[in-house]
Structures are given as structure tokens and as C-alpha cells.
Design a protein around this ligand. Structure first.
Ligand SMILES: NC(=O)C1=CN([C@@H]2O[C@H](COP(=O)(O)OP(=O)(O)OC[C@H]3O[C@@H](n4cnc5c(N)ncnc54)[C@H](O)[C@@H]3O)[C@@H](O)[C@H]2O)C=CC1
Ligand SMILES: O=C([O-])CC(=O)C(=O)O
Length: 512
């Protein structure tokens, strides 16, 4: 955690004169990066003293009212403005405050720190020179589950976020060299991300979500078919990244050269009645061939494996990378983020908590009983009856099957998976950008247990896994301890199956 001192110098005065329709309220505040939606910063309210040039890109919403307006730029903040359509990601929020340019990590995918905005109720934000106080208290890790802590606090004098304010946040970003001296924090879209299997059920929405990231300069989409249309479609979104399409093995190398992150959702999904392991025979070969290309073309990239069965496909990838002499265990990840996303959602629903507050670590693997939510480690601290623990654990473990059955033959989770994968991509990019405080649960090579691969919370850094967080496994309940023991044989078998497959392939290739 550190203090972003420079931000204070950039504080743009609140541009909300009396005529603006929005009133400050008590409630949860969320930071949205408006520039994903508002390519041109809106002009100020008519009486605001802030110049258009000083206008920020970051919107803070506070309050829990019914709709968040997205006024057309020409009428931003005018009282007479009819209610505009709701903000796509955050219906249900109202007050909008304009603040300085965003840090890239704060984009609207739920990767948002959550702040308690406790405004003096008597304060009227009437102009640039309002006497308002905004005090935000540190909250739990928020949806991202990434922050060791995040806090922000402002005591304001002549402006809403005046010079006396201070901001403490655990997020950093690339600071453009020029911007440093000007005390300006700018997001820098400079990362190249490749999605392999980009025309599929996960690949398409994942492409869209990555296209919205302010950190990405190139979005490379690869599939064996149908990727041109997806790329043409996405390329019309006016966000920073350039979209490129690559079709078939002949174009795979060009797709991969120079990328920072490779995400692999290529492969077949389950149908009702199947286990993830039933996908092994097809997906093992797909992952193998794609990883061979990754090894040849971008061995330094972070590799995110979504293709099931993750418990086996990650060990396969590790073996292939070893065979190619480029295995870096710190950069190979099985994407188990969806388990965390689900656990957070279900726990919040069950306990009546605010979704953005809840963070449940999920360890083990990514199939059935190998998915082990550590409910006792839920933040904020919350107690569960034995019955609740049993019911929640089972629901989280079977959530994939819940979707497979609901889709009745049309595939498995795609949208929530894309959301989860986009979160993991964003976390990786933030880690690459030097954010010192990025944590995610992921299935990696591990010494946390006797198993060679294990999902747990890890700290991500520029070089991948910086450390594996062991504390989540300390002081777990009896229920969790016995579930942990119970999952080991299945996870071990899946790992061995993957390793054996890779060895057999190598043997077969050698004998040709
Ligand atoms: N890790 C997780 O939490 C989750 C994993 N999954 C897994 O993700 C995988 C993909 O699921 P969906 O997108 O729903 O399937 P899908 O069938 O809709 O899409 C898969 C895409 O992969 C492409 N593909 C197949 N072989 C390829 C190859 N050799 N190279 C490049 N692309 C190739 C297909 O053309 C297709 O566009 C499945 O294995 C599924 O089980 C799904 C949900 C969650
Ligand atoms: O259940 C499946 O087959 C897809 C998956 O991994 C999930 O939704 O967790």
C-alpha cells in the first residue's frame, strides 16, 4: 500500500453546481472508469468553474438510488436533462461525481475497490467551492478480492477533493514519464492480449470485455474458424485496442508473437450428463497444440488456461512447456476465477451481504469436489451454520453443472466465465503494470500441499506468481480440512492423467 501523492495535484474540482440534479447521499461508492463509455469527457455543468480541459475521466458514483444517468455530453449535469439511459454496468446507482483520470485498474468490470462514501449529510455540493466532506472508509476487498487494503479519505476545504485531501489506495499503474512530472496518472494501453478459441461461447464475450480494458493496445483473436466476423464486429468499439484476427494454424504464430498474455478457452464444452474429465480426449490435444505454439512464439507470456478439464490441461501445458525448455511455473495459470466469482455471489445472496464486499477464497482444483470454497475465510467475517456451509459448498462445487443443465445441451457457462476470465486478465495486466497489490485464486504449480498443482490465492507480480498465500489453509474448519483431504485423490489422478498424456505424446512423436 502506498500513497498516490500525485493524485491530489490533479484533483479536479467537482463540477456540480446547484443546478445539477444529483445530490450527495450516504452509501456505497464505486469508482467507474467512465472513459470506457465516454470517449470524450463531458463538459461541466453550466455554472461550474472547472474548465473542460481539466475535466476528468473518472466517475465516482455514490448512493443507492434507482438509476445512474449517462447524460449526453452536451447536457451533462443540466437539471433540465431528461433521464438518459442507464449506465450499462451499474444500474441502481445515482450520484455522479467527477474526479481525475482513472487508474487503469479501475475499469467497470467489477474490478473495483469499494468505498463507503460518507458525506456530511448537511453538505451541499453547490459549486466548485463547496464545503463538502467526503470520507471513505476502507472496505473489504470488493469484488476483485485483490486488495490487501484500500482506503481513501478526503477532508475538503475549498473544493470537493481539495489539496487537503489524501488518497490512499493500493493500486498503481504505469505512470507515463511525462505525466509523472505533471503529477498526472494516466492509463497506458500497451499490452497485447491473445485469445485462442476467440469465436466460441466464452471467446466472444471475453473478447468484448478485454476490448473494454484501457490497458490493452492489441487484442489478437485466434480460432480455427469464424473469427473474422467476431474481430470485425469488436473492432468498431471505440476503445483503445486494435483488434486483429487470425484463422487456423498457419496464422497462429503471427497471432502469438510478442503478446503479454495468452488466454485459452479453445475446446469443447460439456453437455448434460458429462463430467469435465469427459472432455479430456478432445481438449487435451487442443491444449497441447496451442501450448506448443505458445512455447515457440511467446514463451514469456502469462498463459491463462480455461479449457477443461483444467485440473489436467494445466499439467499438460506444464509438460509441453518443459519439453520445449521454456517452462516458467510462475506464468502458467489455470483459470479458476469463476469459482471465486460464484462463491462471492452465492455467499452474498445467502447472507444478505453487498456483493461487492464479499471475498471467498476457493482452493483445490476446478471440478466437482476438487473445488473447495473456504467459507470460514470469507471476508467480511461471517458465520455459517453447518447446514449453510454444506449447502453453499455443494452449490459452488456444482455451479458449472447447474449451468450445463440449464443450457440443456447448448454448452456450459460462457458469460460468467468471460466475466471471470476478464477479471483474471485485468489482474494480470495490473500485475505486469507494476501494481504491487494484486491477489487472485488460481490453479498453479504449488507446494502448498503434497500435490504438484493446487488452486489457492497467489500474489501476482510482473513476473507472474510472486508468492502463494498459505495462510488461507491455516486454521480452516474441520469440515474444510476433511473436504481438503477428500479432494486430493481425485485431483492427484487428474494431474497424473495430464502428465501421462503429455509424456505419451512426446514418446509417440519421438518414435515417428
Ligand atoms: N475454467 C473454467 O472455469 C471454465 C472452462 N470452460 C471450458 O472452456 C472451453 C470452451 O468453452 P466454450 O467457449 O463454451 O466452447 P465453444 O465450443 O463455444 O468454443 C470453443 C471455441 O474453441 C475453438 N477451437 C476448437 N479447437 C480449437 C483449436 N485447436 N484452436 C483454436 N480454437 C479452437 C472452436 O472453434 C470454438 O470457437 C470448454 O472446454 C469448457 O469446458 C467453460 C466454462 C468455465
Ligand atoms: O461446468 C463446465 O463444464 C464449465 C465449467 O468449468 C464451469 O462452469 O465451471
Amino acid at each position: 500500500m502506498f500513497i498516490i501523492r500525485t493524485l491530489m495535484l490533479e484533483m479536479t474540482p467537482i463540477v456540480r453546481p446547484k443546478t445539477c440534479p444529483m445530490k450527495p447521499t450516504r452509501g456505497i461508492g464505486q469508482w467507474l472508469v467512465a472513459h470506457s463509455f465516454l470517449p470524450t469527457p463531458p463538459p461541466p455543468c453550466p455554472s461550474a468553474k472547472a474548465s473542460a480541459a481539466a475535466l476528468p475521466y473518472l466517475v465516482v458514483t455514490a448512493g443507492a438510488a434507482t438509476s445512474i444517468p449517462r447524460p449526453p455530453p452536451s447536457s451533462w449535469g443540466r437539471a433540465s436533462t431528461p433521464p438518459p439511459p442507464p449506465f450499462p454496468f451499474f444500474p441502481g446507482l445515482r450520484d455522479i461525481l467527477l474526479l481525475p483520470p482513472p487508474r487503469p485498474s479501475l475499469w467497470p468490470l467489477g474490478l473495483l475497490p469499494s468505498f463507503e462514501l460518507d458525506m456530511a449529510s448537511s453538505a451541499t455540493i453547490s459549486s466548485v467551492g463547496a464545503q463538502a466532506a467526503l470520507v471513505s472508509k476502507p472496505r473489504n476487498h470488493g469484488i476483485s478480492g485483490l486488495k490487501a487494503s484500500s482506503s481513501i479519505s478526503f477532508e475538503l476545504g475549498s473544493s470537493f477533493l481539495g489539496k487537503t485531501g489524501s488518497l490512499r489506495e493500493s493500486v498503481t499503474t504505469r505512470v507515463a514519464p511525462k505525466a509523472k512530472s505533471a503529477a498526472r496518472i494516466l492509463p497506458e494501453a500497451s499490452y497485447k492480449v491473445a485469445v485462442l478459441g476467440a469465436a466460441g461461447g466464452i471467446g466472444q464475450p471475453l473478447g468484448l470485455l478485454i476490448k473494454m480494458s484501457p490497458l490493452v493496445s492489441e487484442l489478437r483473436l485466434y480460432d480455427i474458424a469464424n473469427v473474422k466476423g467476431v474481430a470485425a464486429d469488436l473492432s468498431h468499439c471505440n476503445t483503445p485496442s486494435q483488434v486483429m484476427d487470425f484463422t487456423g494454424p498457419a496464422e497462429l504464430a503471427s497471432c502469438l508473437k510478442g503478446v503479454d498474455v495468452v488466454v485459452i478457452p479453445a475446446g469443447v464444452p460439456r453437455k448434460p450428463g458429462m463430467t469435465r474429465d469427459d472432455l479430456f480426449n478432445i481438449n487435451a490435444g487442443i491444449v497441447k497444440s496451442l501450448i506448443e505454439a505458445v512455447a515457440d512464439n511467446c514463451p514469456e507470456a502469462f498463459i491463462h488456461i480455461i479449457s477443461n478439464p483444467v485440473n489436467s490441461t494445466v499439467p499438460i501445458a506444464a509438460e509441453i512447456l518443459k519439453q520445449k525448455g521454456v517452462y516458467n511455473p510462475k506464468k502458467l495459470f489455470g483459470v479458476s476465477t469463476l469459482d471465486v466469482v460464484r462463491a462471492n455471489t452465492f455467499v452474498a445472496q445467502k447472507k444478505g451481504l453487498k456483493l461487492i464486499d464479499v471475498d471467498v477464497p476457493v482452493v483445490g482444483g476446478h471440478a466437482g469436489i476438487t473445488i473447495l470454497p473456504l467459507l470460514s475465510k470469507t471476508r467480511p467475517s461471517v458465520t455459517f451454520t453447518d447446514e449453510e456451509t454444506e449447502q453453499l459448498t455443494k452449490r459452488i462445487q456444482n455451479a458449472g453443472t447447474e449451468v450445463v443443465e440449464a443450457k440443456a445441451g447448448a454448452g456450459s457457462a460462457t458469460l460468467s466465465m468471460a466475466y471471470a476470465a476478464a477479471r483474471f486478465v485485468e489482474s494480470s495486466l495490473r500485475a505486469l503494470a507494476g501494481d504491487p497489490d494484486v491477489y487472485e485464486c488460481t490453479y498453479v504449480q504449488s507446494e502448498l500441499t503434497e500435490l504438484p498443482f493446487f488452486a489457492s490465492r497467489v500474489k501476482l507480480g510482473k513476473n507472474g506468481v510472486e508468492s502463494i498465500i498459505s495462510s488461507d489453509l491455516e486454521g480452516i474448519t474441520e469440515y474444510e480440512a476433511s473436504a481438503l483431504e477428500a479432494l486430493k485423490p481425485e485431483l492427484k489422478a487428474s494431474i497424473e492423467k495430464g502428465i501421462e498424456f503429455a509424456h505419451k505424446q512426446q514418446g509417440a512423436a519421438a518414435s515417428v
